[in-house]
Design a protein around this ligand. Structure first.
Ligand code: ATP
Length: 356
């Protein structure tokens, strides 16, 4: 087990800045997820940690000691890639034991560790099969087993579930979480899937254009997004985000949007007035609230996802999505009254969160 520290990591490929001033602390036993859209630098960062790509600036530390001069092998980190890269001619048992054999581990130890790992992953009945005789999910378990079998200091996973169908992904995600709980190994996991990041991570690192935009628990990232990018990237359906002005009337704040205004009451915020963006999550809109002055929206369309309904509506000149219970019944053209919990309104100025 190990802690990982990254300080001031920079990486350029020609003119492309793949990583810029990346600082990160991953605690011993923590499950840390690197999350961001395609091309944001997640894989490059994982490769820098593993020692497969040298950084231009900055340092990678394991348990407080620099590993910058160590080869990938010497770093004792195990990596699992999106492509399982199993040896097709070897059985599952041979695939699992390959890394240990290469390291000259005695045969009896290999046999024991392979069996222990296979049991942990529920593939002990597949040890004699070849990869072509396995399903996608089974192959992915073998790929993970191959990394797990040698009990690495740190486990690095690059989109390991992305080749699998949605159902299998969800199952393996749960298994991975349980596995982590049992083993307590430090994990750095790359994904562009926010649900995966939020369900797996103790810590989520949201990246964009080579920069870390926010690091925090899933709860923090969701309820206190640091900027409009994080706010819109996390959450489904997406947060409602409106351009407007903050106006101060007496001791009350109002957000004046395009064709509507929201009374923010005495919302604690450092700004008094000016151009801002207001973010409201679809679940923070309460239909037919009991407050004195409800807001009004016109229903345009309803998406029924079974467990709940998403109401797409017009608020002034803007669009709005509301999350409603599954038994809510509305029809297009209907005017609905709603209220917003002002403490859950996110205010951003020039894209950066202000206030609480
Ligand atoms: P994805 O989710 O699509 O895998 P990513 O977030 O992992 O994306 P990276 O693969 O780390 O992103 O790439 C970050 C940036 O660096 C991209 O602009 C990419 O084109 C560039 N890049 C990565 N590797 C190289 C390379 N070997 N040579 C040149 N450019 C590269």
């Amino acid at each position: 087990m190990a802690s990982l520290t990254l300080k001031g990591i920079e990486k350029r490929f020609g003119k492309v800045i793949a990583l810029s001033r990346v600082d990160l602390q991953v605690e011993d036993g923590e499950f840390c997820v690197l999350l961001g859209p395609s091309g944001c630098g997640k894989s490059t960062l994982l490769n820098v940690i593993a020692g497969l790509v040298p950084q231009d600036e900055g340092t990678v530390q394991l348990n407080g000691h620099s590993v910058d001069r160590l080869t990938p092998r010497e770093r004792d980190m195990a990596m699992v890639f999106q492509s399982y890269a199993l040896y097709p001619h070897m059985t599952v048992a041979k695939n699992l034991g390959f890394g240990l054999r290469m390291r000259g581990v005695p045969k009896t130890t290999i046999r024991k560790q392979v069996l222990d790992t296979a049991r942990l992953l529920g593939i002990d009945d597949l040890l004699d099969r070849k990869p072509r005789e396995l399903s996608g999910g089974q192959r992915q378990r073998v790929a993970m087993g191959r990394a797990l079998v040698r009990r690495p200091e740190i486990f690095l996973l690059d989109e390991p579930l992305s080749n699998l169908d949605a159902r299998l992904r969800a199952n393996l995600r749960l298994e991975l979480k349980q596995l982590h709980r049992q083993m307590g190994t430090t994990v750095v996991y790359v994904t562009h899937d926010q649900v995966e990041a939020m369900t797996l991570g103790d810590k989520v690192v949201v990246m964009r254009d080579g920069e870390v935009r926010q690091t925090g628990t899933p709860e923090t990232i969701y309820s206190l997004p640091a900027d409009t990018f994080v706010a819109t990237f996390i959450g489904s359906p997406e947060i409602n985000l409106y351009q407007g002005r903050l106006l101060h009337k007496g001791n009350r704040l109002t957000f004046q949007g395009k064709g509507f205004s929201i009374d923010l009451g005495d919302l604690r915020i450092d700004l008094t007035e000016g151009e801002v963006e207001a973010g409201i999550r679809p679940e923070d809109i309460r239909i037919r609230g009991t407050a004195e002055r409800p807001l009004h929206a016109t229903v345009e369309m309803i998406s029924d996802v079974g467990s709940e309904k998403y109401i797409h509506a017009h608020l002034g000149n803007e669009n709005m999505t509301i999350r409603a219970p599954k038994d809510a019944s509305f029809r297009p053209g209907q005017i609905i009254d709603f209220n917003i919990d002002v403490n859950r309104v996110h205010i951003f100025q020039k894209g950066i969160r202000v206030g609480l």
